[in-house]
Structure formats: structure tokens, C-alpha cells
Design a protein around this ligand. Structure first.
Ligand code: ZN
Length: 634
């Protein structure tokens, strides 16, 4: 799947969002990390009408307004207050959040503004109780260097995180308000990234600079990476919500595959002589009677509920809807996801995938007849309430017309497998207006100078120092830093004086390989590591046992290291048994012990290691055998 990225004109820009680890939220005094759950609060609202203050119609707003949803907000009185409920104006902008974002801005060579103006950005999917998200620019311009290349930064913003979606069903959406108002920093790069790998590297570099502030949250859900991806002759596509850094290259790669696929389909459609006119004039036809005795479960269910099956003929589209460029990348998926996003229909099929899903050859033939289609045409059918089914097919028609133009510019959501799905149209430009409830927030040059003089070291600088101090490779130090294990490493070293490479590699490599195998590494606590390394330094447990010990701990949550050591038969209690075994082996080999003790030791060690490798430190065992052998001889 390797492409010549320059040849296809790949351009990627990043928007990195990360939660700040402040005590309070951005516009109220609610904690960002509540220690307890209070009394439950639930209330409902109706989704707002789409209305821009400037009177313009925003395509993203129209999209949400079409859905007529009831919103349920959930929270508790220790995590939310009247501000999150939109019953009270915002309180003053959080000073701590402003300071962290200014420090991050300076680390990225960005220029802080003189005055912060809080703006309202229209967001009407219900994820903000106010109908907008508060956001403000804290710095403009700047750059970071990644692998010798300067990546320009466009803006650095501070904004409030939105409520978290809990559940979505037809006509209803549930949000958790606890996340609403947590400060987020947003860093946007210029679209100068030219390969999937570079996209990863830039996101990684920004993440490290943010972490250098020491004040960003960590863990799943605290980071969201949005990508703007375009290729030559394709379109600018905004991909939202990539949570894992490692997924970025795959998302970019698959977006290239998708855009190239859509461009090939466009060429083929134009080659077949398909016109916009032709698609526009196709009638939507009721084909319910074709399916009255159908075996298709979903169609049967819908028809029994009183729904209709409607059909739209797409002239000369045959074979192109089901054509797959990569798993999940088909025009058919584009049709279905567009229709579902706007109308929430369930049963949508097209003739490239039929017969199938219980729909027979005969039904397909009847469908062709009823819609006056030939083999070269494709037909899309939708089963739902008539009005909804009709709207869904209009979405399909619109998307089919876009196929003649290539790649539509739209907002898509990233999925865990790296593919993306249609989310909504790209919002219009005129969706920001000033927050009238808050005065401007001045930033004095003196304040900036003070921050500039006290900037924290970057993680690269931290890594360099650590590598020198402990004589470790840059790579392993970077891993300690990225896995947030530096403090633990230093603590273990201070307490055990074991070799730094041994400590570092167990803390990084072992944990990573356990994680790869699906072990619940989050069960491993700092005390586990400290206690384990103490036992190693005392010679009670071999360092080779690390993997087994930590694996056992991930499988037995809540247990301590001594319990692990006992369960795995590594405990000190076993030492009597080892001594006995050594005595028996010496007895067995007593001839050679008297002639050539050195050789005897290696023979005995060989046998012992078969049983105790990874369970008892080899050096310790060797000492025990030697002293017994020489003791015997004298
Ligand atoms: Zn609050």
C-alpha cells in the first residue's frame, strides 16, 4: 500500500487537542478530576434550531437541525454546576489554564496575543448545553522542528472540552456533562506534512512539547488528534478524533486509498457517460410489493412495521458501488454512511451486493423490471418509514452526483481500525462570534518575559541528561519518558542500585510486550516494580523472572509481589529445597567433585538451571553450589 506521496500531492495538517491538568474547569470552579461522585443530575433539552447570528445557513448546523433530537444530560453535583447546565454565565477565564497554554506556546516558538478574547463557536450537536463551544486564541504562528524540518504552527487555542456522548439512538442522544468545561489546548499545524510517517512524528513531537509543561492529562480520552488530509485532484477532508498516536499513519494511508479510489470511480463514471442530469431526474419508486414475501429479515421486519421499500436507480453505476479498494472502502459504504448520518435509516442495500442478505435473484430481477433498469445500472433500496426512506435516498442521490466530481470535502470520524466514516458536512466559515459575558483578558509583556525565563526543559533535554547520568541509550530513555516511568526508574535505582539498563529495560520492554499480548498492564502499580527490584537486588528472585511475575500480577489484580512470588514458586521458602537438591547432586557426582571441582560445579549448575532458570538468580545459585562443593572437598 506504499504510495509516492509527493507524486500524489499529499498534504496533511494536524490539530492536536489535549486536556490540561488544571485544578478547576475553564469557566467555573468545578474540579477537572473529581474525587467523589455527588448527587445525580439528569435533565433534558431539545436540540436547538440552526441559527447563525449572522443569518447565514451553516451546512453543519442544517445537518444537526434535521435530526429533531431530544437530548439527555447526565452529571452529578460534585462535577458540574450551573455553568455547565447553562443556567449561569461563565466565570472568569481560568488563570492556570492560560498559563499552561502560554508556556506550551513559548515552547513552540509561537507569539502570545496581547489580549485573549473568548469567542463562541457554534456547535449544535448538543455536546455543549449552550449551543456553542467557548474558544480563544492564545498564540499565533511559531514552529517546531521535526527530523530536521521546520513545521509551522498556525494557532494555539484554549477551549472548553465538550460533553462526552454516552449513547445515541433514533430521536435521542445522551451526554455526560462531567467532561464539559475541562480546558483543552488545541495546536494547529500548517498543512505541510508530506507522508503518513511524518504525520505521526509531528503529532509525537507536539505531544512531547505539551507534556514538557508537566500539566497535561494523560490516558485514553485525554488526547484527540484531528487530521486534514488532501491529495492532488482530491479534496480537503477533515478527520476527527484519532485517539491513538500509533493510528495516525494508518488513517492517513487509508484516506489516500479512499480518495484515489473515488478519483478512479469518477473517471470510470465519466467514461461511461453518466451525467448529473441523468441522476437528478431518476424518480424514487415504491418497490414494497417486490418484497412482500421476502426472506430478508430486515426487510420483512420493516414491512411488518408498516414501512415502505423505496428504490433509486443509479444509471450506469453497476459494479462501482460494491468495488472495494480496501476493507470498508467502497462507494456503497459512502452511500450508506451518508444516508445513515442524516436520516438514521437502517435497511439500505444496493444491487452490487445482491442477491444476498436473504434477497433472491428473482427479487433482484423484479426490482430491475420495476425500476426500468438494465444490467449496467445499479439500484439502491431503503426500507423505512416512507418520508425517512425518501430522505435517505435523496442523500444517496446527492452522494452519487458528488461521485462524478471525485472526492467530496467533508468531516469524517476516525474508527479504531483506521478507516473513517462520514460524520457531517464541513462547517461554514462564519461560525464564530464574541463571548459577550466575558471581558478581554490582557497578557502583559512582563508576564510573558517571566514565563520565558522560567520555561521547563523540553523532554529532549530531559532525555539527554538522563542518558548521560545513567549511561543509558537515548532510545531506552525516550521510552521511559514516553511511558511516564522516569520517576519510578530513579526511585528503583536509588533503592536497589541495580544496573540502570536492567531496571530500564524491565520497566519498558517487559511492560510493552505484556501489553502487546493483551495483558492488563494497568494493574501493575509502582509498588509492584519497587518490591520486585528489591527482591532481585537481594538475590531472592532472578531478574529473568520479571516477565512471569508481572504477567501473573496482571492476571491477579489486587495481589502483591510476595503473593506472585509464592504463587509462582519463587519464594524464599523454596531455598531449603534448593539446598537439599544441591546436596543430592553433589552426592551423585561425588567422584568428579573430588577430582575436578570446577567441572563438577558446571555440571551441577547445568542440572540446577534446567529447573531454576528464571526462578533463582544464577549468580546466587552459583555461589551456593561453589561453597558446598569446596566445603565438601576440604
Ligand atoms: Zn461547573
Amino acid at each position: 500500500m506504499e504510495h509516492d506521496y509527493r507524486k500524489i500531492g499529499l498534504k496533511v495538517g494536524l490539530e492536536i487537542h489535549r486536556q490540561l491538568d488544571t485544578i478547576h474547569k475553564l469557566f467555573c470552579e468545578c474540579p477537572t478530576d473529581p474525587h467523589e461522585t455527588g448527587r445525580e443530575i439528569v435533565f433534558t433539552r431539545w436540540l436547538r434550531e440552526a441559527q447563525s447570528e449572522l443569518g447565514e445557513v451553516d451546512p453543519a448546523a442544517v445537518f444537526e437541525a434535521k435530526k429533531r433530537k431530544k437530548i439527555f444530560y447526565h452529571g452529578d453535583d460534585k462535577s458540574i454546576c450551573l455553568v455547565e447546565m447553562d443556567e449561569e454565565p461563565p466565570h472568569d477565564l481560568n488563570k492556570e489554564a492560560v498559563e499552561i497554554s502560554l508556556i506550551a506556546s513559548l515552547l513552540m516558538n509561537s507569539n502570545p496575543v496581547d489580549e485573549i478574547h473568548v469567542m463562541r463557536k457554534i456547535v449544535i450537536d448538543g455536546s455543549n448545553t449552550t449551543g456553542f463551544q467557548r474558544t480563544c486564541i492564545v498564540a499565533l504562528g511559531g514552529w517546531i522542528e521535526v527530523a530536521g524540518k521546520k513545521i509551522p504552527i498556525q494557532t494555539i487555542c484554549l477551549e472548553e472540552d465538550a460533553a462526552k456522548i454516552l449513547e445515541q439512538k433514533r430521536g435521542e442522544v445522551h451526554y455526560d456533562l462531567r467532561r464539559l468545561g475541562i480546558p483543552l489546548i488545541e495546536v494547529s499545524t500548517a498543512p505541510v506534512i508530506e507522508s503518513p510517517k511524518e504525520a505521526y512524528e509531528v503529532a509525537y513531537a507536539i505531544g512531547r512539547l505539551l507534556r514538557a509543561t508537566g500539566k497535561v492529562k494523560r490516558g485514553i480520552g485525554t488526547i484527540r488528534q484531528d487530521l486534514n488530509v488532501s491529495i492532488r485532484d482530491g479534496a480537503l477532508v477533515e478527520i476527527k478524533g484519532v485517539q491513538e498516536l500509533e493510528l495516525i499513519p494508518k488513517v492517513v494511508e487509508l484516506e489516500i486509498v479512499r480518495q484515489l479510489h473515488l478519483l478512479r470511480i469518477k473517471e470510470e463514471l465519466l467514461g461511461r457517460g453518466v451525467t448529473v442530469e441523468e441522476i437528478l431526474t431518476q424518480p424514487i419508486i415504491d418497490v414494497t410489493d417486490v418484497f412482500v414475501n421476502t426472506n430478508s429479515k430486515i426487510l420483512k421486519k420493516k414491512i411488518n412495521e408498516g414501512c415502505k421499500v423505496l428504490a433509486l436507480r443509479l444509471p450506469k453505476f453497476s459494479g462501482l458501488i460494491g468495488l472495494e479498494a480496501a476493507p470498508g472502502i467502497r462507494l456503497g459504504v459512502e452511500f450508506a454512511s451518508r444516508a445513515r448520518a442524516w436520516t438514521e435509516v437502517e435497511g439500505l442495500f444496493h444491487t452490487d451486493e445482491l442477491p444476498g442478505y436473504g434477497i433472491t435473484v428473482e427479487e433482484v430481477n423484479n426490482l430491475h423490471q420495476k425500476t426500468n433498469s438494465n444490467d449496467i445500472d445499479a439500484i439502491v433500496i431503503v426500507a423505512d418509514e416512507e418520508e425517512r426512506a425518501r430522505e435517505a435516498l435523496e442523500c444517496v442521490r446527492e452522494r452519487a452526483i458528488e461521485a462524478l466530481h471525485g472526492v467530496p470535502s467533508e468531516t469524517r470520524a476516525a474508527r479504531p481500525d483506521g478507516t473513517t466514516i462520514y460524520m457531517r458536512p464541513r462547517p461554514g466559515a462564519a461560525r464564530m462570534y464574541p463571548e459577550t459575558d466575558l471581558p478581554p483578558y490582557p497578557i502583559s509583556p512582563e508576564y510573558i518575559s517571566r514565563l520565558r525565563e522560567n520555561l521547563p526543559p523540553t523532554l529532549d533535554e530531559v532525555a539527554k541528561k538522563l542518558a548521560e547520568k545513567y549511561n543509558l541509550s537515548k532510545q531506552i530513555v525516550d521510552e521511559l519518558i514516553d511511558m511516564e516511568k522516569v520517576d519510578l526508574f530513579e526511585k528503583v535505582f536509588d533503592e536497589t542500585k541495580l544496573q540502570p539498563t536492567i531496571i530500564a529495560s524491565i520497566l519498558t520492554e517487559h511492560v510493552k510486550s505484556l501489553k502487546r499480548e493483551g495483558a492488563r498492564v494497568e494493574e501493575l502499580k509502582d509498588e509492584h516494580f519497587i518490591e520486585f527490584f528489591k527482591l532481585v537486588s537481594e538475590g531472592i528472585v532472578a531478574k529473568e523472572a520479571a516477565y512471569d511475575v508481572f504477567k501473573w500480577l496482571t492476571e491477579n489484580p489486587g495481589k502483591n509481589i510476595l503473593e506472585a512470588v509464592d504463587a509462582l514458586g519463587l519464594g524464599p521458602a523454596r531455598m531449603d529445597e534448593v539446598e537439599e537438591k544441591i546436596a543430592r547432586l553433589i552426592d551423585l557426582h561425588k567422584e568428579i567433585v573430588s577430582i575436578n571441582p570446577g567441572k563438577a560445579i558446571s555440571i551441577i549448575m547445568g542440572e540446577l538451571m534446567k529447573e531454576y532458570r528464571g526462578k533463582i538468580d544464577g549468580a546466587r545459585l552459583h555461589r551456593m553450589v561453589s561453597s558446598k562443593v569446596y566445603g565438601q572437598k576440604s
